[in-house]
Design a protein around this ligand. Structure first.
Ligand code: PLP
Length: 855
């Protein structure tokens, strides 16, 4: 029988245990080991059964057990102590409080998904986990974030695998009452309602609040009786429907999200957000809501745009076109033709998302393009991804070389306390005197011996093997109710065998099945008599992606061959809970994307934090951090003729590394059974990578390089009733209209002998038409570098040319002369040119307006 309705009855705790309710209500328990121990003590078996969910535990524990604990003074004191510790954590000054007063008082962080704990499955993969880690690190640093997302009734989906390897999706509904969430309410107790005026009627949403340490997460939920059925389902699933459903979710997230932040701030007295950060383009409509507000204060669209741009940070997360939302323009136009955003015209909205550059489509509205136009600060998520993004979006800045495209990069990081195994943390506490594994002195071999490190690594591998057997048995039982699981499942994997892990979403570019390229060779690797290898694999394919499901099927079918099935296992339903055992339990973390499509990749970082070594294509973060000792680089066959040849070359290189380097080193043991060289690499990995890979490092960078400058810029533009914003809008309009007439009419050079040599001075004089602009509106630049093949300059330098002679009293549109020079400092080829760009100290760089006039 299926219930037609379901709800959760919250437990009533004995008075002396009231601390437990307060502690369970803040998701900090998800990364605070002492708090988890407090809950586990209530009933270790039940704690495992409810998958470490305090609210489920309190809801299902026998009241007699609670009564017993309530009478146990030792336990009551412990609970009260943990509560005091939590309260202190929420209040005390942390890193952010040491910054000067210009640091923003509040930062609103928007994301379509958040991966915080398994109990709140509101994520599909890396983007969501990253958002969760961002909030946790912000909390630890004391950064005043308020986060905004949607509450998806069914989260992403649960994955099961049929006996012949096909992915099945199911969508169990979540019950918010059973989660650490509370409804945002007015002072009179009524739930706050966010409304959006849509063409089909008013969309309403209630707002759930979750406490993530010091950070409040607001989740909008349309599943309320005030909406009709079609509108109720707007927040049914993460990335569920296509076009219009997705657009509705994004309108709600962006526009509704800003409204929710305002309502929350008004109710709690929190300061207004000074910076808005959109994690990927999905939340980009947030900028339009803010523009609409400013128009309400008397600004024009263009003036408001200056203010909003200054205070918005846009992070792009993927160079894969399918990862970027593009909507049909007529659809977007229809939604903005109603009263959705007072003062904002549909044409103005459409222009922001227009692909009006060579190669763009005039039929679509591109959310990433809008993200760049609405966010003055933009970044990719690793250095290489920054470069790739500057090329990818170069069309928006015609005439500029890609290094000048104003997209920076902040390399992702992962939240160490969430992702470091408690056993490794305990070792750090015991031997190095700190539970902060990112700053522990792992190089200290006196304090932590090779044997210590190796024993912990072995125990973590054992833990994974046990978990994998358990999961495979449970999946088998689910498919064969009442049956007895076959014995081979209890012998699955071997706790002493070199273990390679591979888990992630399954889009084609991640190449789940590259390892199957040569099945015979792989079998020989797995079954090697002295140096066997085993693989633990997991991953979900997007429900609409049959190609991804076929890859999973191919892998599952291979892994079920009796000959190798105990050496290769696919674990269904990859999630945070599985990941937390998987990364620590693997010796080698494998990643073989098609370079450069992996923007950063974070699973390898989580593995490294646990002392696993990486085996990866030099893409994303690995391109930046591989140092020859912390793992292995699979060379990219970029020059291969076609995809198949490339796969073949890269797969062969991977097999070679496993066979000739990795396995021999893993099995090269000393008298104590310790692989010394290998452990040396583990130690090196922990000592050198833990700190730079941490989310704490990442959030500090966001604060210092993006949030603080963004807040400062927005403040300047807003001062004195938006005086600077009005001036900037007028200036841009003037520059844009004059620009077609701006040009470099003539360039003279002098100062060089017939045969120029190092040390000579090149003098350049340029005649420039300003078409009515003032000389201070522009910069005339001498650009020089090596002229290699053809005329392309490489290693370019910029030298400002100074105004020579403003012709007194003359028509400003007459030609002006600028001059300057450069001393030749290298021998060999030399090339130069002259260009004019607009300058204004409120711009971030020469390319921001996308205007240039070159000689
Ligand atoms: C870290 C993580 C991911 C993302 O891994 P990538 O290497 O970035 O693809 C996806 N899912 C889960 C459960 C994770 O923990």
């Amino acid at each position: 029988m299926k219930a037609i309705r379901r709800f959760t009855v919250r437990a009533v705790l004995p008075d002396t245990l009231s601390a437990l309710e307060e502690i369970a209500g803040n998701l900090r328990w998800s990364w605070h080991e002492p708090t988890k121990e407090l809950f586990a003590r209530i009933s270790p078996e039940l704690w495992n059964e409810v998958e470490h969910d305090p609210i489920a535990l309190l809801g299902s524990v026998d009241p007699a057990r609670l009564a017993e604990l309530a009478a146990d003074q030792g336990y009551v004191d412990w609970a009260n102590h943990v509560r005091e510790e939590l309260r202190a954590y929420l209040r005390e000054p942390r890193w952010y409080q040491s910054l000067d007063g210009s640091a923003p008082k509040s930062i609103a962080y928007f994301s379509p998904e958040f991966g915080i704990a398994s109990t709140l499955p509101q994520y599909s993969g890396g983007l969501g986990i990253l958002a969760g880690d961002h909030l946790k690190a912000a909390s630890d640093l004391g950064a005043p974030l308020v986060a905004v997302g949607l509450f998806y009734r069914s989260g992403y989906f649960s994955q099961a695998i049929t006996p012949d390897g096909w992915q099945l999706e199911s969508y169990p509904a979540l019950d918010p009452d059973g989660l650490p969430l509370s409804v945002l309410r007015d002072p009179d107790g009524a739930p706050v309602q966010i409304t959006l005026a849509l063409p089909s009627g008013v969309l309403r949403a209630r707002v759930w609040q979750a406490a993530v340490g010091r950070v409040t997460l607001l989740l909008l939920d349309t599943d309320i009786p005030e909406n009709d059925d079609s509108l109720r389902s707007v927040t049914d699933r993460l990335y569920g429907g296509g076009g219009e459903h997705r657009l509705l979710q994004e309108l709600l997230l962006g526009i509704g999200g800003v409204r929710a932040v305002k309502a929350w701030a008004a109710l709690t007295g929190a300061p207004a957000a000074e910076v808005f950060h959109t994690n990927e383009g999905h939340a980009g409509f947030l900028g339009l809501e803010r523009i609409s507000d400013l128009i309400g204060e008397g600004l024009t669209f263009d003036e408001a745009l200056q203010v909003v741009r200054a205070g918005t940070v846009f992070t792009t997360h993927t160079p894969v076109p399918a990862g970027i939302d593009r909507f049909d323009r007529p659809l977007v136009e229809r939604y903005f033709s109603t009263a959705l955003l007072p003062g904002v015209e549909p044409a103005e909205v459409l222009a922001l998302g227009a692909e009006d550059y060579p190669g763009g489509s005039d039929a679509v509205f591109n959310m990433a393009v809008m993200g760049l136009r609405l966010g003055q600060h933009a970044n990719g998520v690793s250095r290489l991804h920054g470069e790739v993004s500057r090329q990818m979006f170069g069309g928006l800045f015609p005439g500029f070389d890609s290094p000048e495209v104003p997209i920076d990069s902040v390399t992702n990081g992962v939240h160490a306390q969430t992702w470091t195994d408690p056993m490794l943390r305990a070792l750090a506490v015991e031997r190095l005197g700190t539970d902060d594994t990112t700053h522990a002195d792992w190089g200290n071999a006196e304090a932590v011996s090779d044997l210590d490190l190796w024993s912990v690594r072995t125990r973590m591998r054992e833990q994974l093997v046990k978990d994998a057997r358990h999961r495979v048995a449970a999946a088998w039982e689910a498919q064969n109710p009442g049956g007895i699981a076959p014995v081979w499942i209890s012998d699955l994997l071997d706790p002493n065998v070199l273990t390679i892990g591979f888990a992630r979403r399954v889009p084609t570019y991640k190449r789940l099945t590259l390892m199957l390229h040569d099945p015979e060779r792989l079998k020989n690797i797995l079954l090697h008599p002295e140096r066997p290898v085993q693989f633990v694999i997991a991953g979900k394919s997007h429900p609409a992606d049959d190609e991804g499901k076929r890859l999973i099927q191919k892998l599952v079918q291979f892994a079920s061959e009796p000959e190798i099935r105990s050496r290769m296992v696919f674990l269904p339903d990859y999630d945070i809970g599985m990941a937390q055992l998987l990364y620590p339990g693997t010796d080698v973390w494998l990643n073989n994307p098609l370079r450069p499509l992996e923007a950063c990749g974070t699973s390898g970082m989580k593995a490294a934090l646990n002392g696993a070594l990486n085996l990866s294509i030099l893409d994303g973060w690995w391109n930046e951090f591989y140092d020859g000792e912390n793992g292995w680089a699979i060379p990219s066959a970029d020059a291969a003729g076609d995809g198949a040849e490339r796969d073949a070359l890269e797969a062969e290189a991977m097999y070679d590394l496993i066979e000739h380097q990795i396995a021999p080193r893993f099995y090269d043991r000393d008298r104590d059974g310790v692989p010394q060289t290998w452990v040396g690499q583990i130690r090196h990995t922990l000592a050198t990578l833990s700190s730079p890979l941490s989310a704490e490092r990442m959030v500090r960078e966001y604060v210092e390089r993006l949030y603080m400058p963004a807040a400062a810029n927005e403040k300047r533009l807003s001062a004195d009733d938006y005086l600077a914003a009005r001036e900037l809008a007028a200036w841009k309009a003037r520059v844009r209209s004059a620009w077609p007439g701006v040009n470099v009419a003539h360039v003279d050079a002098g100062g060089l002998d017939a045969v120029p040599q190092v040390g000579d001075h090149l003098r350049v004089r340029a005649l420039v038409h300003l078409n009515g602009l003032r000389p201070e509106d522009v910069e005339v630049q001498l650009i020089y570098g090596r002229a290699l093949d053809g005329e392309d300059l490489s290693g370019v330098h910029y030298e400002r040319l100074e105004l020579d002679r403003a012709v007194p009293g003359a028509d400003p549109s007459v030609a002006q002369e600028f001059s300057g020079g450069v001393t030749l400092t290298w021998a060999g080829s030399f090339g130069y040119t002259v260009r004019v760009v607009p300058v204004n100290d409120l711009l971030l760089g020469a390319a921001e307006l996308g205007l240039v006039a070159a000689a």
